[in-house]
Design a protein around this ligand. Sequence first.
Ligand code: DX5
Ligand code: ZN
Length: 229
Amino acid sequence: MDKLQKEIKIAASILSADFSNLGNELKAVDDAGVDMIHIDVMDGSFVPNITLGAPVVSKIRPFTEKQFDVHLMINNPGKHVDDFCKAGSDIITIHLEADEHPIRTLEYIRLKGIKAGVSINPATHESNLEYVLDYCDMILIMLVNPGFGGQKFIPSTLKKLEKVRKLIDDSDYAIRLEVDGGVGVGNIREIADAGADMFVAGSAIFGSKDYSKVISQMRAKLEGAARPV
Ligand code: DX5
Ligand code: ZN
């Protein structure tokens, strides 16, 4: 596996951004040195909250050149995935729990030249991932129950993360391992040591006055972590 594949990345989740000023919020986190923009799409069915759809993704696309990491927390994502491909996504992640035929959807995303991600909730067993390894570029482990920003991470998810790290390393695939929910300066190192190489942070970044300070503090904590920064 080449070293670049393992570079640690920090993604800012716009769920905690000022929605009345999204374009400028994107520019601000871009300037502050974030690697990716994480976009949370919620349908009020798979999760209890409703956020935004593909038209908003395409409207905010011109505000930054950073990659769009689109997290679909929606039922039957296969029905909507094409819209998100067209809207300018670089990675599209679906939930294993929300799709009866995830392999078909993941294959479709890849066919469109977009990286395919698969996510599992805190209570979903990681063994389910074994059967989709051939079809994904990224695995997203939820550290909280999806639906809202600003929640505390669930400690048992760290054990799961270690197991998924092993699953990936044993597979010989260069699959990225992303974590989402409750990530901040205080726990990012512990989460990195459990095997994550991509970190989503919403409230930790957008809830602070100085975006670049938080992002540098996170990077400082990650220095020397098992995955090279
Ligand atoms: C939660 C979302 C997250 C959320 C993370 O369902 O998927 O991306 O924005 O927010 P924080 O970092 O505040 O937990
Ligand atoms: Zn998310």
